[in-house]
Each structure stands twice: as C-alpha cells, then as structure tokens.
Ligand binder design. Structure first.
Ligand SMILES: *[C@@H]1O[C@H](CO)[C@@H](O)[C@H](O)[C@H]1NC(C)=O
Length: 255
C-alpha cells in the first residue's frame, strides 16, 4: 500500500490490553504503527511481533510523559517515516496511557495524586498538543477529516467510587479535556472521541475483581480486540455524523 497512514498509540502495557489490540487491528488495516510507552524492552518486543505479522511498527520509548519527552517522541516518529514511499502522515492517535491507585481516600499520598494528575491529565495535554499540531498540517482525507484523536476512558471517567478518588479525578480530567478538544477542533475537521470502557479486560495487570465470576466467565469481561474494532469504526466515521463519546460494556455486566 503506497499511501499508508500512521497510527500513534501511547500506553501499551503488557501487550495484552486495549493499546496493544489497537496497534494490531490498525496494523492489519494497513496503518504504520508508532508505539509510545515507558517500558522500552516490552515495547520493542511488541513492535517486533507486529512486524513479524506483516506490519510496519516502530517503538518510541519515553522515560516519562512530560511535554518535552512527548514532543521528542513525535519528532522521532516523523523522522522515522520521512523517507517512506508515498505519504506517511499521522492520521490517528490513541491516548491509552493511564495511572491509578485504588485506595481509601485517607491512604492516598500527595505523591500518588500528583502522579495521577501528571499521567492522566498533564501527559494527555502534552500528547494532545503534539497530535493537534500535527493534524493541522494534514489535508482532508476521504472522510473529510484531518485526523482522529481517541482517548481511552474508564468507569471512573464519569463515576467516583470508594477506592477511586485519585483515579477518578484523573480520568474525569481526561474526559473534560477530550470534550473541550472535540468542541474546539471539530470546526477544523479534527475528530476527537472518548471511549468509556466500563468493565474489566483480562491483562497481566488486571486489578482485583469487582466480581468473583470475572476470571472464568468471559461474558462479563470486555475483549480488547473488540474495543480496538470500535476504535477503527470511530476513525472511519465521516464528519457529518461522528461520535464524541462511546460507552463500551460487556453484555452480561452486573454493575
Ligand atoms: C519494522 O519494520 C520497519 C520497516 O521495515 C522498520 O522501519 C522498523 O524499524 C521495524 N521495527 C522493528 C521493531 O523491528
């Protein structure tokens, strides 16, 4: 494919969750894939596995989600594909990075809340800034868009709970950012969407279950590949009827 757009995805985790599935599904759909995360060695392993399945993926590890690190990562991404045949434009960006502690309010430390704000909010601002600046340089695609910026949200994006003061504050901030960006940049044909993932995905890092049934019963979990398919659907929406917020949950939810 001569004209292969680039997907940038930040937040790959163990390679079993939403970020990794998004990278795989978009790679199969013909996208070049730029991977951003903090764990350089698992990121490299994952990029290699995408290449081995016929993709064109590259790892851009960063030490932290600061404005300067994220800016440097975007510079490196553009540089990496600058000699590619055909146009290699960043057309899709997914912010899947998250950080949270799940603790009673009085146990949350100052450092933990600062870390939540730094990753869930400040990091997302930095990522969005690079993405918006990049999209502004793109022409319109067949759907009438310059690009699509997606954010992975959670139950905590809209609902606080007994152990989620820090995580919910971060995720609510992220959701508010995504809505503000959707309003500000929709007029420039930049599509911004937020997906509330309301439920559990099985990954190596899955937190303590809300429900004892979750490990055995896949009907009460979300499949990360199915979330990624929903992201591809959002990207393929045209600008006459596009979604700002999607709510994904398993059919057999019990909450
Ligand atoms: C994957 O292949 C592409 C194209 O050949 C290359 O630019 C990239 O560095 C490779 N990535 C890895 C992780 O080997």
């Amino acid at each position: 494919m001569a004209n292969r757009p680039i997907l940038v995805v930040a937040g790959i985790g163990t390679g079993a969750g939403t970020g990794a599935s998004t990278a795989r599904i978009f790679s199969k759909a013909g996208y070049r894939v730029a991977l951003i995360a903090r764990d350089a060695s698992s990121l490299q392993t994952f990029a290699t596995s995408l290449n081995e399945s016929g993709g064109d993926a590259h790892a851009f590890p960063i030490s932290s989600y600061t404005h300067s690190s994220i800016h440097d990562a975007f510079t490196a991404i553009k540089q990496h594909w600058s000699g590619a045949n055909g146009k290699a434009e960043i057309r899709v960006a997914v912010w899947n990075t998250a950080s949270g502690v799940f603790k009673p309010f009085l146990s949350v430390t100052e450092e933990e809340i600062k870390n939540s704000a730094d990753i869930n909010i400040v990091g997302a601002f930095a990522f969005s800034r690079e993405v918006i600046l990049t999209f502004k340089e793109n022409g319109l695609d067949a759907k009438g868009k310059r690009g699509t910026l997606l954010f992975t949200g959670a139950t905590a994006s809209i609902r606080g709970n007994v152990l989620t003061s820090s995580f919910a504050a971060g995720k609510s901030g992220l959701r508010a950012l995504s809505q503000s960006l959707a309003k500000e940049f929709g007029k420039e044909n930049i599509h911004v969407a937020h997906a509330i993932i309301d439920g559990i995905i099985l990954t190596g890092r899955t937190k303590a279950p809300r429900d004892s049934d979750w490990a055995e019963n896949e009907d009460v979990r979300l499949n990360a590949d199915s979330i990624a398919e929903a992201y591809l659907y959002l990207v393929n929406q045209d600008r006459s009827a596009w979604t700002w917020e999607l709510d994904l949950r398993p059919a057999h939810e019990k909450w």
